[in-house]
Design a protein around this ligand. Structure first.
Ligand code: SAH
Length: 366
């Protein structure tokens, strides 16, 4: 019999499940709290459950399915976890401490089917879409590692679906994971603290706009024209800029007061980073009257990617050109580049090959 993955069940589903075992509702509450509030990774710690029940659960269910293969700690404090699914596939999660909050960047797929030319994850291809439980577990692993199992988190936790994979091709898992994590009796990370980044799966952008309690949205653009975007992000051949921006326009109607959505733009030296590209980008957004902001991400290099990051002066000039045309733009500081934890670098590397200070790479085998 296939084992039930408890971490991937909503509290209501957990109630159904314990009922099928002849147990009362409050057992579901206990188990849900143990998994998500106390962040337990096995049945052993659930000493408030009778021994027989734990034994019965052990036969039918698994608490955790991801195992920690290695952990890398960057000189800037960022942590990358290389996890493994029960069927042996790599999953990567990044914990990014900031002054006022922590951000956990999670993966929605093992590998990725989209072939963005500047992204290392693309080299893996799609291995498999993750389940809701596998998404939730990533956050549990990161928080436990940072603060200790079940310990209160001192700062707020934000989540970004910006790890490996295309979250909108994992839509059902993603939305279910967000529901589970929002529960007050569990992790209590509400959708308002979550940002989902998409390469531009147009029907899902439209669908997300209709979800009442939805996360924030970011869209990866990387080019201001179809010609260039076709080349850098082949998904553009399916949903070109016209359709993408029309969906964004539709999404804009669902924005709450004060909410904005963002465009991400990776800057590749001599490819998409000229002032002319910046003007084209500003014109494109202005033509669609999109009141968004643009996050500029200097390219994070990695073998065998054929690009270099734009020099800082170029990044600044690009940003200023956008601003001069009324488009708000911010430069993102890369985090965890030295341990292959930065945007576009997640490709299950076991050690950062060209890490400048290997002494800082801690490996943890459990
Ligand atoms: N598939 C989703 C989620 C990945 S998010 C998406 O495309 O949005 C990762 C972000 O990092 C995206 O904005 C992507 O364009 C950007 N990115 C990918 N490779 C990068 C690289 N090598 N350097 C900098 N940013 C990169």
């Amino acid at each position: 019999m296939e084992q039930v993955h408890l971490t991937g069940l909503t509290e209501a589903e957990l109630r159904e499940f314990v009922k099928s075992m002849g147990e009362p509702d409050y057992r579901a509450r206990q188990i849900f709290g143990a998994l998500h509030r106390r962040r337990l990774r096995s049945l052993d710690g659930m000493t408030d459950l009778p021994k027989e029940l734990r034994a019965a659960l052990a036969e039918r269910a698994a608490v955790s399915t991801l195992t920690v293969e290695s952990r890398y700690i960057s000189e800037d404090g960022t942590r990358r976890y290389l996890l493994k699914t029960h069927d042996g596939l790599p999953v990567e999660t990044v914990f990014i401490p900031e002054e006022r909050r922590d951000t956990v960047c999670f993966s929605s797929q093992s590998g990725c089917p989209l072939q963005c030319s500047f992204c290392l994850t693309a080299k893996l291809g799609l291995l498999r879409t993750l389940t809701a439980g596998e998404i939730v577990e990533q956050i549990v692993v990161a928080l436990n590692d940072a603060y200790g199992q079940g310990a209160r988190t001192p700062r707020g936790t934000n989540l970004v679906a910006m790890g490996a994979g295309e979250p909108f091709l994992a839509y059902d898992s993603l939305m279910k994971a967000l529901r589970i994590m929002a529960a007050e009796t569990g992790l209590h990370i509400v959708p308002n603290r979550v940002t989902v980044s998409t390469a531009g799966i147009v029907p899902r952008i439209r669908e997300l706009a209709t979800v009442p309690d939805r996360p924030h949205l970011a869209i990866s653009l990387a080019a201001p024209t179809d010609e260039l975007r076709d080349e850098l992000m082949p998904i553009n051949r399916k949903w070109p800029l016209r359709e993408l921006l029309a969906a964004c326009k539709e999404f804009e109607k669902s924005l709450r007061p004060g909410e904005r959505f963002t465009f991400e733009y990776v800057l590749l030296d001599n490819v998409n980073d000229s002032d002319e590209h910046a003007r084209q980008l500003a014109n494109l957004l202005n033509r669609h009257q999109l009141r968004t902001k643009v996050n500029l991400i200097p390219h994070n290099p990695g073998d065998p990617l054929p690009y270099r990051p734009s020099p800082p002066e170029r990044v600044e000039s690009f940003r200023r050109t956008l601003e001069s045309k009324g488009v708000h733009a911010f430069v993102r500081r890369p985090r965890g580049r030295d341990i292959y934890a930065a945007c576009g670098q997640l490709s299950a590397r076991r050690a950062a090959a060209n890490n400048p200070s290997p002494a800082l790479v801690h490996q943890l085998t459990r």
